[in-house]
Design a protein around this ligand. Structure first.
Ligand code: ZN
Length: 307
C-alpha cells in the first residue's frame, strides 16, 4: 500500500507538510494548495504555525498570496496554529465552521476540557485577535484560488458537530481532518477518533459514508498521511469495519461488566497495538479517552459510570 510521507508533493499544486504535532514526526499533516493564490488546510497546534511558515518560505511562496487559513474543527491540534499564522499572513482570512471560529476567539472553555482529558499532552489554543478576518463556512461553500484550483467544503459532523472536510476539485484531493479516524503509517490501521464529549457514533459513520461518495483520488488524514488510487476503497472499508469492531467490543464489555474500567480494558487490550500515531507515551491515555467517547455515544445513561 503506497503511503505518502512528507514533505511531499501530492499533486503539482498540493504539498503535504508534516507540522510535527506534539513535537513528534508523522503525527499531524497540513496541506498547502496553490493556484494564483494560496490556501493552507489545517494548522496543527499553536507551535505548528512555525512549521507551516517555514514550509511556505522553503517553497518561496510569497506570504501575501496566502488568502485562506482553513481549519477542520475546533480542537487545538487542528485550529491552534491559526492564531500565529494569522498574525504573519496578513492577507489571509481564517476559514472554519462558526463554532470553530468562536472557539478560536474564546478558547478558554475548550482549553480547560482538553487539559482535563489529556493533561500534559494538551496544547492550548491562544485567542485569535479581534482584528483577524474570519469566514464562517459550512457544507457546500467553496472558494477559488485561480488557475482552475478550487476548494469545496463538506460538512462532516460526528467527531465534533463543527467538523468540515476540504476537497480540492481539480485533483480530487480530500483532506478529512478527524472525520474518518487515525491512519497508522506502518500497518495502515484506521482507529476511530471518538473523543468525548463531542463524538456521535451515527453522525460519524454517516460522514465517512458521505466522504466515500465523493470518490476522491487522494485521501489525506490529519493524523497522519495520504493514500491514493486503489488503496482508497480499502481504507474506507477498513475505517467502517474497525468502527463496527469497536462498537461490538464496547457493547460486549458493557454487557459483561458495566463499568468504565471494563470498557477501557477491552478496547485497550484489543486495539492499542493498532494505534500507530501520536507520541508512544501518549497512546495508552488517548485510546482510553477514545474508548470513553465511543461508550458514551453508544450506551444510554452511561454518563454516571463512564464519567
Ligand atoms: Zn479532533
Amino acid at each position: 500500500m503506497p503511503f505518502i510521507m512528507c514533505p511531499q508533493s501530492l499533486t503539482d499544486h498540493i504539498d503535504l507538510i508534516d507540522v510535527q504535532g506534539w513535537d513528534f514526526q508523522h503525527t499531524t499533516a497540513s496541506l498547502i494548495i496553490r493556484g494564483k493564490e494560496t490556501a493552507i488546510i489545517e494548522t496543527g497546534h499553536h507551535r505548528c504555525g512555525e512549521q507551516i511558515l517555514a514550509a511556505l518560505q522553503l517553497r518561496t511562496i510569497p506570504l501575501d498570496t496566502v488568502r485562506f487559513i482553513c481549519v477542520t474543527h475546533r480542537h487545538g491540534d487542528h485550529c491552534g496554529g491559526a492564531t500565529p499564522l494569522a498574525s504573519a499572513l496578513i492577507e489571509a482570512q481564517v476559514v472554519g465552521h462558526k463554532y470553530a471560529i468562536a472557539t478560536l476567539y474564546e478558547p478558554s472553555r475548550l482549553n480547560r476540557g482538553a487539559q482535563e482529558l489529556f493533561g500534559k499532552f494538551a496544547q492550548p489554543i491562544h485567542p485569535l485577535p479581534d482584528s483577524v478576518a474570519t469566514w464562517e463556512v459550512d457544507n457546500g461553500d467553496q472558494f477559488e484560488l485561480g488557475d482552475d484550483v478550487s476548494v469545496e467544503i463538506i460538512g462532516t459532523p460526528g467527531h465534533t458537530s463543527d467538523h468540515l472536510a476540504y476537497l480540492e476539485d481539480s485533483s480530487r484531493t480530500l483532506y478529512m481532518g478527524d472525520a474518518m479516524g487515525l491512519l497508522g503509517p506502518k500497518n495502515f490501521t484506521v482507529t476511530p477518533t471518538s473523543f468525548p464529549p463531542s463524538f456521535k457514533f451515527d453522525a460519524y459513520k454517516a460522514s465517512i459514508e458521505k466522504l466515500q461518495g465523493y470518490d476522491p483520488a487522494v485521501l489525506v488524514f490529519s493524523h497522519f498521511g495520504a493514500v491514493t488510487g486503489s488503496d482508497i476503497p480499502v481504507i474506507f472499508h477498513r475505517a467502517l469495519a474497525t468502527l463496527d469492531s469497536w462498537k461490538e467490543t464496547i457493547e460486549q464489555a458493557w454487557h459483561t461488566e458495566p463499568t468504565k474500567v471494563a470498557v477501557m480494558d477491552a478496547i485497550r487490550d484489543r486495539f492499542l497495538q493498532e494505534l500507530e500515531v501520536f507520541p508512544p507515551e501518549a497512546r495508552s491515555l488517548f485510546i482510553e479517552v477514545m474508548a470513553k467517547g465511543l461508550a458514551k455515544s453508544l450506551i444510554p445513561n452511561s454518563d454516571e459510570l463512564i464519567g
